[in-house]
Design a protein around this ligand. Structure first.
Ligand code: 6GU
Length: 228
């Protein structure tokens, strides 16, 4: 998968060199390009923002640098690009979204800062690519960088070959619509706390039933909204 990121903080994404996604890059599963939006601002101060038409607080990102940056990336696309703009005004990003996007050939993340990006950038981009505004949830971040990092991690680990043991993807929270069951490892007693005896029983039917019940109980208690 090809992934491009447009940001005024390219150094923020240096951490993608390490960990699971770093290995996926080295092995060629993920081809990542990080682009500095200011390279496409051609005045002396490399200005990327301006005051909002109609007045109001804060600054708005100017359309021209975005247009030029996205033109270059889309011209080099391996095909079928999806352009994602992290925004608290977007659709909520879920595990289902991550699954959909993990099957794509080319993802472009446009990281806005300040009070947002000129609306015409979204409209213009939508004439050439699939555009999605995506929110992580109902809270406000300063910009799209942290949200992009979270989405890339959630998507990247679903790409075949990125996570070593595909079994570990099946059993985790949200994949079956329920929260994960509690996990234990050795020692069987720690600070006077025992591991639930069923897990030491060797009875795999009983263990599966216990884990399922724990998932249901935890989901009812913490996230009843997931049970519908
Ligand atoms: Cl994707 N962006 C920003 N700026 N704030 C957010 C968000 C995204 N998701 C939740 N809050």
């Amino acid at each position: 998968m090809r992934i491009d990121i447009v940001t005024i903080f390219p150094g923020f994404f240096d951490v993608l060199d390490i960990s699971l996604l770093g290995k996926a890059r080295q092995s060629g599963i993920i081809d990542l390009g990080v682009h500095d939006l200011r390279d496409h601002a051609h005045d002396r101060h490399r200005t990327v923002d301006d005051t909002p038409y109609g007045g109001g607080a804060g600054m708005v990102m100017k359309p021209e640098p975005w247009g030029e940056a996205l033109d270059g990336i889309l011209a080099d696309s391996p095909g079928d690009p999806v352009v994602i703009f992290p925004s608290p005004a977007g659709d909520v990003f879920t595990q289902a979204t991550a699954r959909e996007l993990a099957a794509e050939r080319h993802l472009v993340f446009g990281c806005g800062r300040y009070e947002g990006i000129d609306q015409r950038v979204f409209d213009d981009t939508a004439s050439r690519a699939r555009v999605r505004l995506m929110s992580l949830g109902d809270y406000v971040l300063n910009g799209g960088e942290v949200a992009t990092m979270a989405m890339i991690e959630a998507i990247g680990r679903l790409i075949p070959g990125v996570v070593g043991n595909p079994e570990s993807l099946v059993q985790e929270s949200h994949e079956d619509g329920l929260l994960e069951y509690p996990s234990y490892t050795k020692p069987s007693t720690w600070r006077g706390r025992e591991v639930p005896p069923v897990l030491l029983s060797g009875n795999h039917g009983a263990i599966d039933a216990w884990r399922r019940e724990q998932q249901l109980e935890r989901t009812r208690r913490v996230r009843p909204d997931l049970l519908g």
